[in-house]
Design a protein. Structure first.
Length: 152
C-alpha cells in the first residue's frame, strides 16, 4: 500500500508518542530466576537447609509457584516448601545476590550459596560468593534497595 503524504504525516506525528511510552510497557524479567520454566536450575531449595548442600530436584516432586516450576528431591521437601514457600525460596528471586547488591541481574549456580539468618542467597559463581560474604548485611541492604526495580 503506497504511503500518501497525509498517512506519512500521521505516522511521523505518532512516532514521538510511541517513544514516550512509560517503562512499564517494556517486558520485565521473571521474578524468579529460571531456565525455561524451571526455578534455580532445578535445585531443591529446601535441601540447602535440611542437607546443607545443593541437591537436584526431580520432575515428579515439583510445584508451580511465582510463575516457575520448583523441583524437590523428596516429597517431604516439596511439602515443606508448599507450607511456607517464602521461608525456603532464595532471596532476590534466586538471581545472584551480589549482582542485586550492585544493581543488576545475573544467573546463579547451585554451588554458590549461603544461608544467612535463616534465608537462602544464591550467587552467579564462587568468586561472586566470595565478594558477597565479605559484607553480607551490607550487601543485603543494597540488594533490597535495588529489588525489585532491577527486574526491568
Amino acid at each position: 500500500m503506497p504511503l500518501s503524504r497525509r498517512r506519512l504525516l500521521g505516522l511521523s506525528l505518532a512516532a514521538p508518542a510511541l517513544l514516550s511510552l512509560p517503562d512499564v510497557a517494556l517486558a520485565r524479567e521473571p521474578e524468579v530466576f529460571q531456565s525455561g520454566t524451571i526455578a534455580i536450575n532445578g535445585t531443591d531449595p529446601v535441601a540447602y537447609f535440611s542437607q546443607s548442600r545443593p541437591t537436584k530436584g526431580t520432575a515428579e516432586q515439583s510445584v508451580m509457584w511465582m510463575g516457575a516450576t520448583w523441583r524437590f528431591a523428596t516429597a517431604a521437601n516439596r511439602e515443606r516448601f508448599e507450607m511456607s514457600p517464602t521461608r525456603y525460596a532464595p532471596v532476590f528471586g534466586g538471581y545472584c545476590s551480589y549482582a542485586a547488591s550492585k544493581g543488576y541481574l545475573a544467573p546463579t549456580i547451585p554451588e554458590a550459596w549461603t544461608v544467612f539468618e535463616g534465608r537462602l542467597y544464591l550467587n552467579a559463581n564462587l568468586q561472586a560468593r566470595a565478594l558477597w560474604v565479605e559484607d553480607i548485611p551490607g550487601n543485603i541492604a543494597l540488594g533490597k534497595k535495588n529489588w525489585p526495580g532491577i527486574l526491568g
